[in-house]
Structure formats: C-alpha cells, structure tokens
Design a binder for this molecule. Structure first.
Ligand SMILES: [Zn+2]
Length: 593
C-alpha cells in the first residue's frame, strides 16, 4: 500500500513538472518551416540517447537558422566530427539552446570565429564565454543549416539544456512538437526470466500482432500465457509514427502494470550527458548486437542509474507464485499523448525441470566473476585489465583466452569475455610486447578485433617499459600493432558541400590508414592558413581569405620584379597520433584572382 501511494505522488509530481515549469511559448522554432523532425529527442542510438531534436531541412543545406530567443552566445564549438560547427545561446530564463551541424555562421559570429581561429592557429576549438560578449535577439540569423561534423545528412541538431546543470531537456516541452495524431505501435513483448542474480538466460516469448484481438482502447493477447514460478521482467519493442515522416520514430514513454498496479514507468524527459550511456543497460544489449533490434526493458538493472524511471521497490521485476493468475498491461505513448496498449493474461504452472536454466548455470561453472561495485583486476601472463566501480552494470562471469597468433601483431591475441556484454566506461588494458625493434616503441598501439584477426580497430595507447597500455570500450579480442604509415595527402577538385559563395577554394583529401588524423596545418607563402577539416569526408578545405590576398600581393611583387610566372607556395602537414607525418609542398598557379 505504502509503495502504491508513494508511486502516485511521484507520477503527479512529474506531470506537474512537465506542464508548469517549461515555457512552451517563449522560444521560436529556429527554422522558417513548421516543426518537422528527422529524429526526435531520446531516439535510441549506439551508446547514447539522442540529446536533441533533429530538424528537417528537406535534404538541403543553407537554410537560415534563427536564434530561438533573446540571449548571448555562451559557447562556440567547432569539430571535424561531433556537432561540427555549433553555437550555444544562454537565455535569461535559465535555458540554453544549441544549434549543431551548421554549414557556416553569420554576421558578428563569422568575424569573431575567424579572428579566434587565426589568433589561436586552429580550425577546431571549444570556446566557452564566461562573460557575455555577443548578444542576440530572438529571430536573429545565427548561420545556415548544414551537414558538418558527424552528421549523415543535412539537418539542424537542436537542443534545450538547463543552463546551470547542462542537463538536456526534451524540446517538445518548449514547443518543438510535431503535428501528430498517429498512435505508436508495439511490435513485440519479451518475458525475461531471472536465473542467477541479475542474469538472464535467452528465454524469450515473442509476441506478434496477428495474435492479438482489439478490445475498446487496447489490444489483448489471445492466449493465456503460461509462466513459471520465477522472477520475471518484461521488455518491449515499440515505435511511433508521426506525420510527414516515412520511417517510424522512437516512443516517448511507456508504463507496465501488474494486475492494475503500475510497477514501471519510463519517460524521456531530461538527462545528463554522463547518463546517456545507460542506453546499453536500458535496452537488451546482446539482443541488439545480434539482431539490430532494440528491446526496451520495463525493469531497472542494479547498475542502471538512468534518471528517467519511476518504479516500485523491485524495480519493475516481479515474482510469480505457483497457481497464480493475473494480467499485465503495457502502455506506450508518444509526446503528443497518442498511445497503444496491450493486455496479457497469464497463469503460473508448478515448478518443473528447466533444461534451459540448467544449461545456463552450467556455462557459469569454473568462470570467475567481475563485480560492478568494486575494482576488478584481471591478470594473466602478458595481459592485465582493470575495471573500476561503475564501469559495467551487473555481475559478469568472464573468461580469458590466449588465441593462436596472427600475422603482423607484436603480442598474442587475448580474448577477454565477449562483446555482447556492454561496458559503461572504458576499462584499462595492458599487453606485454613480445619483442620490439629499437626506436619503434612510440609506434606501438593496442588494437581491437571484432573476431579473431578481423577488422583491426585502433584503441590508441602508449608503450611503457615493455607493455602497451590503453583503454578498451568493449570486451573482445585485443593485441598490439605497430603503425609507421603516415597519412596520405592529395589535392582534389570537388566541393562536397556546394555553396554558391564557395567558389574560391582549394580542397585536399587526407586519410590515415589506421589511427586517424590527429593534426593538420597549412601555410601559404609561409603564413598560417585556416584549413576546414571535414572528418567524415576526409576533406581539408582552404577558403580564400586575407592570407590569400597577402599571397596575391607577393605574386604581384614578383611580377613587378620581372618574374614571368609567379606562383604561390602552399605547404600542408598532416600527422596521425603515432607521430607519422606527411608534408607536401603544392606550387599553386597565380591565376590573377
Ligand atoms: Zn541530432
């Protein structure tokens, strides 16, 4: 009883927070169009929940992006990946808006950024303004929509944050709410049985829609489910349709009740960036890795500290007794309140010999355990790993194997557990090197293999006293490689982001074989120039600016001194993290621009 009433109070509080505290008419939509989303807040993604709303720009770049309300520029961040060209505005009402993947900035921002980049000799930077310097009015042009950073298609990434805590808030509460009268749909329910503490065998009862009948406002699973006297948890796969979108989106929230009493509720209201990786325990991670389908849990794992759940004492899990009959009701809903509900009747049989359970428990025999609340050390000859408290979600029964040697590695391949078990934070890994050619120590790094010897992925790391030490974001197969290959660099004649004002530019393709590009710099007639690095397209671009004008003057002076074909000297240097460097001199014709 006490749990029940406490629970109601929480729900009441939550709805109030949503309705009262967020100003829904204060901000304008940052584009000229009506609200139209490519991807809403909270969309389930690899290793994170989507932190904003992706605003549709109809596949185009160059749309005007407006300040959502009065305020001042509080941060400018430019990256070759991530949000690309982004700008943040702090508003006097305590919220921050963020605009990402811009093609370019406008007005005073352009001048400020250009000066900043030349002064600090860097294209990429993250400038946080302690004091207001650049003020904006609601509706001022900030820049133009683009596809910069790690964006995979033109759109604007738009966020609302609480300025003080930097927690990201669902933009729907501020009016970024698409017209939507379409109900979401549930495509499967999964019943998980808990066997060992916090562990699940692969027993699933999959639902399909053709087995349902409609009753009033909800669906009923036709057959009564037969369950065992065990601890259960439920998972759901569900999507939402919105108008003007061909593909289904994620749902906003869902609740599970057992015999009429709500035992679990999840809503994507707000969260901190330090919480976003809980996605890996919010969903059935192994199933996602194998099937690419995300089942959202209606229970909370012990190691799951994501702040958007409201649950009872048993965190959404429930124990069923022999002979018990009852029903479960699952409701999913979108941010407009459209919902879908399914009711499932069950009856509980008596204890039986459960082969699956026995097989599962047999696989744990002889394995060592890692515990999520303590520091765990894994040590073997030539291999060490360390996992700190909070690095993973639940007790893990692991194995460590030394695999047969493969070509080109400088240490054995170590297989630590398997990649279907998620990590919340990177763990420390150290591998002893077999033998090394003197002078090449700094070129050694850790590598990760999906399978044995397959697709090596750089993990970075550094050599120290016979070992290479670094971080691993996944369990799996590791070894050591040596990287002595410098990045490639060549001039190309393409403009990947066509912009009519961008006709005066030079473009270069830079690629690294393995580790990636860590630094790049260019000089035109020995003067540092601003090179825009587009990481996903491997493109370096120089847009003619005052340095070009200066070089042009050099050329005119040469011409005045009687030199027949004056040229411009462009020197570009590109490095990878292992210090492998390529430097090229391009003699650019002076064409009288
Ligand atoms: Zn986005």
């Amino acid at each position: 009883m006490r749990i029940g009433s406490f629970f109601c109070l929480l729900v009441f509080f939550c709805l109030n927070l949503k309705a009262q505290n967020y100003p829904s008419n204060y901000f304008r939509y940052p584009l000229d169009s009506a609200v139209n989303l490519v991807s809403p807040f909270g969309t389930l993604r690899d290793n994170h929940f989507h932190s904003g709303s992706d605003l549709r720009t109809n596949g185009k770049e160059g749309l005007v992006v407006y300040a959502a309300a009065d305020g001042y520029i509080s941060r400018i961040k430019i990256q070759s990946g991530g949000y690309g060209k982004a700008v943040y505005i702090d508003h006097p009402n305590g919220y921050t808006t963020v605009y990402g993947h811009l093609q370019k900035y406008h007005g005073a921002l352009v001048r400020y950024i250009h000066q900043y980049q030349y002064k600090n000799k860097t294209f990429e930077f993250d400038k946080i303004f302690d004091k207001p310097l650049l003020f904006v009015k609601k509706g001022d042009t900030l820049g133009f929509s683009g596809n910069s950073g790690s964006s995979t298609g033109p759109h604007v990434h738009f966020e609302y944050r609480d300025t003080k805590t930097e927690k990201i808030i669902n933009p729907a509460f501020f009016g970024v709410l698409p017209y939507d009268t379409l109900a979401p749909f549930i495509s499967q329910l999964v019943f998980y049985k808990f066997v060992a503490e916090g562990l699940m065998p692969k027993q699933r009862l999959i639902f399909a829609k053709n087995k349902l009948v409609q009753e009033d406002s909800f669906w009923v699973w036709k057959d009564t489910m037969e369950l065992d006297p065990e601890m259960y948890g439920v998972g759901v796969e569900a999507y939402d349709f919105i108008h003007n979108a061909k593909d289904p989106k994620g749902i906003f929230g869902y609740t599970l009740s057992l015999n009429g009493e709500q035992i679990f509720k999840h809503e994507l209201n707000r969260f901190g960036f330090d919480e976003t990786k809980y996605i890996n325990t919010h969903i059935d991670y192994p199933y996602y890795k194998l099937e690419r389908t995300r089942i959202q849990k209606c229970f909370v794992d012990d190691g799951n500290k994501f702040s958007n759940y409201i649950t009872n004492k048993s965190k959404g899990k429930f124990f069923l007794n022999t002979g018990e009959r009852g029903f479960l009701m699952l409701k999913v809903y979108d941010v407009n309140g459209n919902n879908a509900q399914v009711k499932v009747y069950y009856k509980v049989g008596s204890n039986r010999i459960d082969k699956e359970r026995q097989n599962y428990l047999a696989t744990l025999k002889g394995k060592k355990a890692l515990y999520p609340l303590q520091t765990n050390y894994i040590r073997a000859a030539g291999f060490e790993a360390k996992l700190d408290p909070g690095d993973f979600y639940d007790t893990i029964y692991y194995y460590l194997k030394v695999l047969p040697r493969i070509k080109h590695v400088w240490a054995p391949v170590y297989q630590l557990h398997q990649a279907l078990t998620p990590l919340h934070r990177n763990m420390d890994i150290a591998i002893k090197v077999d033998g090394i050619i003197e002078g090449l120590e700094s070129k050694l790094e850790l590598v990760y293999f999906n399978k044995e010897g397959d697709n090596p992925r750089s993990m970075g790391g550094n050599y120290n006293n016979g070992w290479v030490k670094g971080k691993a974001s996944n369990f799996g197969n590791y070894s050591v490689l040596i990287d002595t290959v410098p990045p490639s660099l060549k001039q190309v004649f393409i403009n990947i982001n066509p912009d009519p004002s961008d006709t005066l530019l030079w473009t270069f393709e830079i690629k690294d074989n393995f580790t990636g590009i860590s630094s790049y710099e260019g000089y035109l007639n020995n003067r540092w120039i601003l090179l825009d690095f587009d990481g996903k397209n491997n493109l370096l671009t120089y847009r003619f600016d005052e340095i070009y004008e200066a070089a042009k003057n050099d050329a005119l002076n040469q011409a005045n001194q009687g030199i027949l074909n004056p040229t411009l000297e462009l020197r570009i240097r590109v490095s990878d993290p292992k210090g492998n460097q390529t430097e090229k001199l391009f003699i650019m014709p002076f064409n009288g621009f």
